[in-house]
Ligand binder design. Sequence first.
Ligand SMILES: CCCCCCCCCCCCCCCC(=O)SCCNC(=O)CCNC(=O)[C@H](O)C(C)(C)COP(=O)(O)OP(=O)(O)OC[C@H]1O[C@@H](n2cnc3c(N)ncnc32)[C@H](O)[C@@H]1OP(=O)(O)O
Length: 242
Amino acid sequence: MLRSCAARLRTLRVLRRQPGDARLPGSQPGSGKLRSFSFEDVTEKDQALPKPSWSKDLRLLFDKFMKKCEDGSWKRLPSYKTSYTTSTIQDIRAFFSGSIPLKEELMSQARLFTRSFEDGLGFEYVMFYNDDEKRVVCICQGGLYLQGPPGFLHGGALATLIDITLGTNAMVAGGPVMTANLDISFKRPVPLCSVVVINSQLDKVEGRKFFVSCNVRSVDEQTLHTEGTGLFIKLEPGKSLI
Ligand SMILES: CCCCCCCCCCCCCCCC(=O)SCCNC(=O)CCNC(=O)[C@H](O)C(C)(C)COP(=O)(O)OP(=O)(O)OC[C@H]1O[C@@H](n2cnc3c(N)ncnc32)[C@H](O)[C@@H]1OP(=O)(O)O
């Protein structure tokens, strides 16, 4: 998630060192810049692009949103499986004041939960964001290994997708955040392998608190599967997490 998030932030120019860019303060005392929190050396494959395992519905939706990207109002967010470089891990440790409990050799093996399945069996998703409207849309397809009730998506899997969508929305607006609260109403189950659209909206910002809401609908928009709200807290550089 960290890498994926940072890649997203980088896409949004938050982590790029350009004059006038927003910056994540603190990891390099005095400069207000992140020393090497960039991914120029990363050659990993962007996972948020069409794959053979995608259904026709997912491809059609992807094409629809890519069209919306043409005038610049929407942007696709890339996403990776995660493998941090040593310098990146050092920067993350510095940001979190050394409070990441995992040893470096394990940290380099850690993977983003939602990108850890074989193609098509777990989470297939792409997020798009609209800065003017403070919206993030996630188009997603839950695969065969995400079953809950027979033939349907596990509620926890859907909660995960909601969490990352709302969290991304908050992060796009405010930088690194963590989930403090999630409230989800499951209204209609999601058939396994079907495609749903998570439509999220940043509702309110109060200091470090980002309030985000969403609904989850079927591709034809006829079925409201789920509604959710989340509270995300912007992390303070240097403040230990534990
Ligand atoms: C170098 C850069 C790296 C970049 C890289 C990206 C980083 C990261 C990416 C994550 C991307 C998103 C998606 C994550 C998805 C997960 O999975 S996150 C994991 C699950 N969440 C957790 O484990 C969080 C556990 N909780 C915590 O660690 C801490 O409670 C938190 C959330 C960091 C907040 O702690 P804190 O910073 O000490 O904040 P604190 O001062 O206690 O509270 C601040 C305010 O929020 C309120 N608040 C706090 N918690 C709650 C709550 N549960 N309910 C209501 N209000 C609350 C407080 O009352 C306070 O309000 P005010 O007094 O200001 O009005």
